[in-house]
Structures are given as structure tokens and as C-alpha cells.
Design a protein around this ligand. Sequence first.
Ligand code: ATP
Ligand code: MG
Length: 458
Amino acid sequence: MRASRQETGCPPSAGEPASFGQLLRSLRQRRGLSLAQLATRAHFNRGHVSKIENGKRPPSVSFAKACDRALDAGTTFADIALALESASRPQRGWVRPGQLPSAKRNFVGRQEEMRHLDGLLRGAEQALAVPVAVISGLPGVGKTAVAVQWAHHAVNNGHFRDGQLFVNLQGPGPGTAATPSDVLADLLRTLGVPADRIPADLDQRAATFRSYLHGREMLLVLDNAADAQQIYPLLPGSPGCAVVVTSRSRLPGLMSVAEAATLRLTELCQPEAALLIRAIIGDPRADADPAAVDVLAERCGRLPLALVLAGEHIVSRQQRSADALARELKPERARLNLAEGDVVLRDAFATSYRALDEQSARLFRLLGLLPSRLIDADATAATAGVSQDEASRMLRGLDSVHLIHRQDERHYLMHQLLRTYAADLARQMDQEAGHIQALRSTPDGVTTGSAPLSSLVA
Ligand SMILES: Nc1ncnc2c1ncn2[C@@H]1O[C@H](COP(=O)(O)OP(=O)(O)OP(=O)(O)O)[C@@H](O)[C@H]1O
Ligand SMILES: [Mg+2]
């Protein structure tokens, strides 16, 4: 019989995941037993039980079975020990995991972010904590690129000798995110646990993963996280490990549970944005018209994804110049159609937009119609016809998923390309868009957040 999560005293999935030893201690205490009593029941000496609870010794299968019997825990501990035993058995063809995607040849800038991540690692060496860094920012700003670049840099400097794991968590987007249970099963398979030895229960999977990583130096890159709940069960507990998470959300919950450090990426500065285009199209084409490269970088909003799409567009067309593309992108809406292969700029924004609730989605669209990129919370309330508290709440929500960027208590900025995208949607979907736009073009239109707007909105 398998013990349920409640019976084993496991922490809930939203909390800190446990290793074999932590799980054992938790259930022993729930059963009201001392270390000595468990040792007697399981026929092992007290010191042995203590070392396993403290993660200082790996559990054998016979020990785990004895604990299951002594604690009436079904096959909870045996399942974990069997999985661990399979993973530690030398296997033919098994190599240390090195799952990082390749680093970018054309990587530019982000020196400060790299230093910040280096510092995190150094701090953790002293604190004996598992460093967790969250890199967040708007779609296509370069979160994955920074995580991967830094990971290679750390490996080159001799860190994470036991391997690097890279997982795409497939968030955001309703219903698409990978479940922690499936991710753990994949990770355990990668670490050498045969499919039939992977425990069925989420907590057992997490405990096996944590126990396997105990004492190892492993980097875990969790790319594209949907929310903090998806991350908790995947966190290792061993100080030699480190976790880098990328997400379009700020994952606030993770900061309180895992004390994660955060890095919020913004668009590149002008020289770096131009450098990225230059790196892709090559010096001869960039030198032919450096001013056009600068204009193009601005029209791409200095957003790495747009810059890369623009650069690749030029490279893939022999006769195309930076100037010709810059002119083609003069109308703001044309920029949303930047695409190469199956990557389309508009689609990158759409996955974040579609994850919004109906009210926030409507507000996002209307914000695109405001006369300035600078959003005033009071004017927003008037535009959307909601109370100021409600407007503030929704603005904070949009900020937490990086669709706008908080400047101070009452002001937010929207990235130029997102603004174009939002306005485009508003024109298609919102009856009031025409009225708002008409006011936008009058001298005392929405800039003042004036009353007439709210009356236009249902
Ligand atoms: N600093 C950089 N130097 C060179 N290329 C970059 C840089 N940052 C990002 N890129 C490139 O820009 C594109 C978008 O970057 P990336 O995929 O890392 O963005 P992201 O923020 O992870 O996007 P998403 O929100 O969709 O996950 C990629 O082709 C990436 O290689
Ligand atoms: Mg990414």
C-alpha cells in the first residue's frame, strides 16, 4: 500500500521539497517516535538513522524497506531508495548531463547582469545556501540568452563539475506549462533512473531528485517558468548546486520561499542594440550605412528578439540593406510582423497577452491607445472606467508579468513594441478604441485622464 502525502507528513508541494532524510524525519516525528525508537523498530543503530536523516549517508534499499515497515509508510522510502540505487549504478553510455543549449556567438552586453549572477554564486559558497536566481523580463528581451551565456561562463570557470540540467518549463500560456511531476520524471531519467523505478508520487520524485543531487555540484536551468508553484518541487537542497530560473513573470512567491535573487532585464542600450544588428549582418553591410543601423535598432525598440529577426531578415536577402528595412518598419504596425522561419514577433507577445484575465487584457489593450508610453495610474482609471484602486491593482498585475514596467508609485512605462501591439488589438476588439483615439489627437484628450473617457467605456 502506498502512503498518501498526508500520511508521510510531506510538506505540501507548494512548500520546500524534501530529501529522503528530511522526509524520514518528518514522518518519524508525525508518528511521535524518537530517533532511538525508530532505530529500534527498524533494527538499525541510532547513529546510522541520524546520518541518513541529516543527508550524511545515502539510504540503502534494505534500510528504506525497514523504515517503511517501522513507520507503516507503504513503499514510500523503498521507492526512493530503489530509484537512487539505479541512478548511482554505473551505466553503460551514461555521461554527466550537459544539457545547456549552445552559447550565442553574437552575444552582446549584459555585463552587469553577468557580474550579478557571479556574485550570487560567490555569496552562496559562503552561506551554504542553494543560490536561486530569477531572470525575468518582457517577451524576447533575452532572458534565456543571459541564463545560457552565464551558465557556459560558470562552467568554463570550473563550476558545476557534476553536470548541467536544462529544462523548458513551457510557461506561459494557458494549459501549456509542464507539470513538476513530469519534469522530475524527465530529470530522474536523465540522471539514470530507469522508467520503471521512477516513483509515482510527486513528493517521492522530488525527494529522489534532491537526494541524488546531495553533495553534488550541479546547475539547474529552469527556462520559461509559468509560476512559483511550478518551481518549488524542483529545487535542490545541496549547497554545491545552483538554480537559474527564467520567466516572463517576476515569480514573487519564489523570493520568499527560496530567497531567490532577481534580475529584471530591460531592452539593450542603443550602442549594444546596434552592435547586435551589426554582429548578425556583418561589418561590410553595417558599415555601408551605420546611421540606418541605428535607426533600425530604434525601430526594433532595442528588443533583442526584434533585433535578431531584423538582422536575420537582412542576412537572408542578398539585396536587402539596413536602410531599406528601416524604412519598411517606419509604420509601427509593420514592426509586429517581423518574422524569420516560424518565429514571429507578434506571436511572442500574444502568448503573454493570452494568459491575462479578461479585465486585465482589456486594460492592456486600452493602454496601447494612451498618448504617451508613460502611464499614469489616475488617467488609467478614467480610461478604463474603473476605480483608482482597481486600476492600481490591474497595473500591478501587468507589471508583474512585464507587460508594463513600474517607474514609481503612480507611473508605469510600456515598451514601444508592446504598445503598438496593444493598440492594434484594441482597434480590432474594442468599440471605444475609435473614440479614445479621436481624443488622443485632441489637445486635451486622454493626457489629463479626463472624465469623458470613462463614459465611453462599458
Ligand atoms: N545579449 C544578447 N546578445 C545577442 N543575442 C541575444 C541577446 N539577448 C537575446 N538575444 C537573442 O534574441 C532572441 C530572443 O532572446 P531570448 O530567447 O533569450 O529571449 P527571452 O527573453 O528568453 O524570450 P521569451 O520571453 O520568449 O522566453 C534570441 O534569438 C537570442 O539569441
Ligand atoms: Mg526564453
